[in-house]
Each structure stands twice: as structure tokens, then as C-alpha cells.
Design a binder for this molecule. Structure first.
Ligand code: G3I
Length: 366
């Protein structure tokens, strides 16, 4: 990258702060953060990139989410060892700058410690032992943050993506993912297999036991607009609420594409109006709503539409009383899980794109 072009670095920038503007309305403007970029641990090193990345983070956000550093497979190294080293650096950095964090994620079918799966498969651990160990893990992880960084984590993604996709091969009845070990090719869920059909409730109860003050979210994708998977998630959460399971919020990931605006499928409504209705329905159900992983993939000729989409999404989402946070899944196209679609609002040189301007305009006009 050309570091000389990084115009947003440092204080005194002519640009306003996205989080400063959102924060004046009591809202969070957040992003996923990658430890190795923030702390200049890339191989090979990119010190200019890392410095520019850190400066933008500091200027524009009041909420950080470790993109993968808190996932179970990345921290739970062996039965009695949780490695907090990367999380501690992110947490200290955020706390020292007055930022908050989202905890992502306690239990996710795609992030499995290999030793735990192997131990279950070879009979070392029974289902009951897996349950005891996961409850211990949650207690340790949440306890670490409660004790070492009180008040820092304002939301926990307790369970992520438990409901199957809009794909009849994986989830013919649009309910929980099928139990099993093969998540990569069959979308199976190890947690449903080992912790049982009521595992979502069990995990929320364990999280509440670990920290009764923690604010607990169910997080998923394709739940942002009217469609069968979204209905299955409403059913799941209604079932939890009927059993007094401690759930406080719903995370709508919002991994979108510009082309969604043109799509039409029977039974699905991809419109922004449908997103607004969905948010309102969750609010009526008593849950806080956070847009948790916003990015908008585009093809090369769609920059203007992408920018408009960012602005509309922010306007429609964050300005609603029922929505407390707008969190994007990274901010620069250089550091993105789908960089090929340039889905963010700073370019690969850390220059603001039209999407940044569109969101700034929405916040300034608020
Ligand atoms: O860091 C290693 C690198 O050393 C290695 O060379 C490379 C080879 O594959 O892998 C790198 O790790 C990858 C890591 O991202 C960092 O880039 C992992 O393979 C890859 O699986 C991991 O992907 C992450 C994915 O979750 C799985 O944890 C994505 O970055 C992250 O954006 C994505 O985030 C998820 C949310 O948690 C849940 N919602 C969907 C979202 C997108 O899939």
C-alpha cells in the first residue's frame, strides 16, 4: 500500500468521527478488528498499514469486535488452558481509549477445538463431559472479562448461526442445523450432537450463570429480512423466552451484496423495508437489536450503489430506537474475509470510499 496517501492518520484530521457522531445519540459505531494488523504482527510486516489501521480505528469507532481471536478453536488450546494473550491486548487497547467491545462468540458450530472433537469421537469425553467442559469454558472466558475488564464487553454473542440456511439440503424444515460433526460439507452442528436439541437454551443459561450482568445475544445471518430462516429464528427465540431463558438481544449480521437489491425469490423479501419491519418485530418481542457484521459485496461497477446501500442501511438501522449498535465486519477492503468483493468503506490504501461519505452524511444530518 502507499502509506503516503493515508490522509486520515493522526489527530487533526479534516474528517469527523463516525463514532463521535453516532455516540452523541447514545449509539455504538463498531468494527471487527484483527489483532495481528492492529499490533503490527503481519508476516511479512506492513508497519505503515498497521499504523494507518490503528489510527482509523482510534478515530472512528467506539466498539470493537475481535474478528476471530475469541473463537473457541483459537483460544481453548487444551482442556484446562485458555489462551487470553491476543484478547488481552485488544481489550487493553480498547479500554485505554474508552471504547467498548462485543464478545464474539461463545459457541459456534464452525469453531471447534480439534482436541475436543477428537476426544468425543474416540470416547475420551462423553456428551455429559463435553457439557461440563463447555460450561467451564464459558465461565472462565466471561469471568476473565468480568474480573479484568469490568464494563468493557457490552454484548456477548452467546450462540452463533444455530439455525440452518435457506438450503433444503441442509435444513429441510428450517430449524436447527442437523446434529453431527461434518460442518464443512454438511453444515452439521457438533453442539446439537453433544449438548442436545435444547443446547441453545443450555448455553444461554451457562452464560448467565457465568456473569448475571452480561447482555446476551443470539447472532445469525439471513435473519435480516422476511424469509423462512428468519421465521425459524423467531420461533427459536420465542421458545427460549417462553422458558425464561436469559436472552437480551438479537444480532443481525448483515453480510449483504449490492445485488440483493435486485433479487426476488418466492417467500423472501430482500428490501430495506423488510429489514426495517424485521427490526421492529424484534423490538416488539423485547430484544435489543444490533447490526453486527455489516459488509456489502459489490462488483466493479457498483461503487455508487454500494455507497447508497451503506447510507440507507445506517439510516434505517441505527436511527431506530430499538437498535443500539451498527458494527461493520472490518472497515478497509484490505482486511476483509471477502476482500475480492471490496465490501467495506475504506479502500486498500485506507482512503475513504463513497460509502464512508454516505454514512458520514447520514450521521451529520441526524
Ligand atoms: O491466520 C491464518 C493464516 O496464518 C493462514 O495462512 C491462513 C490459511 O488459510 O489462515 C489464516 O486464518 C484464517 C483466518 O480467518 C484469518 O484470516 C482462517 O483460515 C479462516 O478460517 C478465518 O476465517 C474467519 C471465519 O470467520 C472463520 O473463523 C474470517 O476471517 C471471519 O471474517 C469469519 O467471520 C464470520 C463470523 O465469525 C460469523 N459470521 C460470519 C463471518 C464471515 O464468515
Amino acid at each position: 500500500m502507499d502509506a503516503g496517501k493515508t490522509s486520515l492518520v493522526g489527530t487533526g484530521s479534516p474528517y469527523e468521527s463516525l463514532a463521535g457522531l453516532a455516540g452523541s445519540h447514545g449509539k455504538y459505531f463498531g468494527t471487527a478488528v484483527v489483532h495481528d494488523v492492529l499490533f503490527n504482527e503481519l508476516d511479512p510486516p506492513h508497519p505503515d498499514l498497521c499504523a494507518g489501521y490503528a489510527a482509523i480505528l482510534e478515530q472512528h469507532f467506539n466498539l470493537l469486535v475481535p474478528e476471530s481471536e475469541m473463537k473457541m478453536a483459537n483460544v481453548w488450546k487444551s482442556p484446562a488452558l485458555i489462551d487470553f494473550s491476543k484478547l488481552d491486548r485488544i481489550a487493553t487497547w480498547a479500554r485505554d481509549r474508552g471504547m467498548k467491545m462485543r464478545g464474539h462468540v461463545l459457541v459456534w458450530y464452525r469453531s471447534l477445538p480439534p482436541w475436543l472433537v477428537a476426544g468425543y469421537q474416540d470416547g475420551t469425553y462423553s456428551k455429559e463431559q463435553v457439557a461440563t467442559m463447555v460450561a467451564w469454558y464459558i465461565d472462565q472466558l466471561m469471568g476473565h472479562f468480568r474480573n479484568s475488564y469490568p464494563g468493557l464487553v457490552i454484548a456477548w454473542d452467546v450462540v452463533n448461526e444455530a439455525v440452518g440456511p435457506n438450503d433444503p439440503r441442509v435444513a429441510p424444515s428450517y430449524g436447527l442445523r442437523p446434529p453431527g460433526i461434518d460442518y464443512q460439507t454438511k453444515g452439521e452442528d457438533f453442539w446439537r450432537l453433544t449438548l442436545g436439541d435444547d443446547y441453545v437454551a443450555r448455553v444461554f443459561n451457562w452464560a448467565h450463570d457465568a456473569d448475571p450482568d452480561a447482555v446476551l445475544y443470539y447472532n445469525d445471518y439471513h435473519n435480516e429480512y422476511s424469509n423462512p430462516k428468519g421465521e425459524a429464528i423467531f420461533d427459536l427465540v420465542e421458545g427460549l423466552q417462553a422458558k425464561d431463558v436469559p436472552i437480551d438481544g438479537i444480532g443481525l449480521q448483515c453480510h449483504f451484496e449490492v445485488s440483493y437489491l435486485d433479487m426476488s425469490y418466492p417467500g423472501m423479501d430482500f428490501s430495506l423495508a423488510s429489514l426495517g419491519d424485521t427490526i421492529d418485530r424484534w423490538t416488539v418481542s423485547g430484544l435489543d437489536v444490533q447490526l453486527t457484521e455489516v459488509d456489502i459485496g459489490r462488483s466493479s461497477n457498483q461503487e455508487a450503489r454500494q455507497a447508497a446501500f451503506f447510507g440507507e442501511l445506517l439510516s434505517l438501522g441505527l436511527r431506530r430506537d430499538g437498535v443500539s449498535a451498527f458494527v461493520t465486519w472490518g472497515f478497509t477492503d484490505l482486511v476483509s474475509w471477502r476482500a475480492d468483493q471490496s465490501p467495506l468503506y475504506f479502500d486498500r490504501n485506507l482512503e475513504p470510499k463513497a460509502g464512508y461519505q454516505a454514512m458520514l452524511k447520514v450521521l451529520e444530518a441526524w
